[in-house]
Structure formats: structure tokens, C-alpha cells
Design a protein around this ligand. Sequence first.
Ligand code: ATP
Ligand code: MN
Length: 294
Amino acid sequence: MENGYGLLDQSQAEEPGDEWEEIDVSDTEADQIARKRDREFNEFRKRIKDADQFKVAESVFDEATFAALYRLVQGGIIDAFGGPVSTGKEANVYTARAGKHAQEKLETDDTEIAVKIYRISASDFTDMRDYLVGDPRFEELGDKKRIVLAWTRKEFANLKRARKAGVRVPQPLAVERNVLAMEFIGKGTSRAKRLDEVNVENPQTAYEVVREYIRRLYDAGLVHGDLSEYNLLFHRGQIVVIDVGQAVTIHHPNAEEFLKRDCENIASFFSRQGYSVTGNELVSYIREHADPYP
Ligand code: ATP
Ligand code: MN
């Protein structure tokens, strides 16, 4: 090497040759499609930001969340957005009209689906990201985002696993980033009542159903972790388990503690409903009757 550093001598470098001339700098079809797509997305974003049902929540959705919603529309999961169902600590739930693909997947003939949007940050994340990335003081923000995305995928996977185990949960339909699409448990666009909102007519039977669901989940290697009358819906004569994002595998260090807490919540609820049972009895039942796969 003449310059001694292994650096390519410039005179030996390939001259820009014919390949340059082959690139058509005029507006290619791909450019046009990309621009049309951008335009459509911008219109979508404007429409959705202006929509009444998103007014309150607008500030909590970042650009990437709108992009995820857009992908669900493009992918035939969502046809049109409906109203808000719930604004919780970590997520907002909306109804939406099922798109063609969702309709095909759905095992019921409902036309509404539920869209659960986990919030990543209270303000517009994308605009700030360029300033924050690489700044060690803001590492939690990146962490927060990663955690939320993992959480959303986990809820989707847990729904699948629970369903396979024979636990009545909303049918999972799709997951995009921090957005989860699933079967809507309700009639038309009004959600089913939670167990805390109904008068349980036969508490013993209802208790036995919930007990069996806890057992089946445990058999499938899962502990719900936030089970109570607030995460159980009553729908068409069935009890439906929801909110399984935090569910852990039975090998998780807190699994036994979560199981105990779940059982205490459930026992205390049904005792108040007139079927007297203790959390310990329920835990013992699960331990005796469950046969979790390793
Ligand atoms: P919270 O902090 O209030 O528990 P969350 O963020 O954990 O809320 P979920 O419990 O999954 O979210 O959903 C909040 C509420 O939205 C539920 O109590 C229920 O009323 C409604 N909901 C959630 N998923 C569905 C669904 N698939 N179908 C119908 N309603 C739903
Ligand atoms: Mn909940």
C-alpha cells in the first residue's frame, strides 16, 4: 500500500460509471405510490385526530401509534373507529367496526371489535426522540417504550394461550406495536358488564366457572395476576376473562404470590355475593387439581 494505512488510493477507486446514468431521476412509479401513501396516511391521521372519540386521547397517542392504527386499517382488521370503552391506567379501549380480515377471523358474527391502545408516553414521543436518544438521562423513556411494546405482544400471546387452554377470553385478532385488536365482548357497541356491576344470581356456579378458569390457566402454565370481579365480564351467559397483559408463567418468581392474591380477590368477591369461600381453599383446590405442563 502506497499510503501505508490500507486506505484505498483514490486514483484506484472506481469512477462513477454507467450505473449512474441508468438511474432515472424522474418521478418513478414507486415514488408516486409512496407519496400517495404518505398523503393517505396524513389524511387518515388528520381524520382520526379530529374525530370526536379521539379528542381526549389525542395528546397521549404518538405518531407511531397512528401509524400502527393505520396498518390495522390497511390490513383489513379495522374498518372504522367507534367510541371509547374505557380509559384505564395504562391503556385506552375503543370499539371499531371489524374490517374484512377481522371478520374472516372472528368466530362470532359480531361486527364490532375492541382496540386496546397502550399509552407509551403522555406527549408526542417521535418529535422528542431525536433529542432524547443517546442522552443517558432519558434512557427510561426508551425502556418504557420497549416495555410497553413487549407488554402488548405479551397480552396477545397470553390471550392465545388462554384460549387454547379452554378459558373464555376475547379472541385475539392482531397486534401492531402498542395496539391490540380483539373480539369485542358486548352487544353492538356497548360493552358487557363486569362482574362487579351485575347481581350474580347463582354465585356458586359462577364461582366454580372462575375456579375452573384459574385451574385451566394454571394447567397452561399461566397465572393471571390481576384477577378480580373487575377483570371478568358477563356476556351471553358466559364469564369472560380479560386484561391478561400482566399474566405470568408459573415459573415467574412472583407466580405463587399472584395466584394467592387472585384467589383471595375471587373468594372475597363470591363470599360477598353469598357463596362463602376462602382464598386458601381456592389456592388449595388449584394446587390439587391442576397439572401444569413443565
Ligand atoms: P384498568 O386499568 O381499568 O384495569 P386496563 O388498562 O387494564 O384497564 P382492561 O382491563 O383490559 O384494561 O380494559 C379496560 C376496560 O375496557 C374493561 O374493564 C372492560 O370494561 C373494557 N374492555 C376491555 N377489553 C374488552 C373487550 N375485549 N371487549 C369489551 N370490553 C372490553
Ligand atoms: Mn382491567
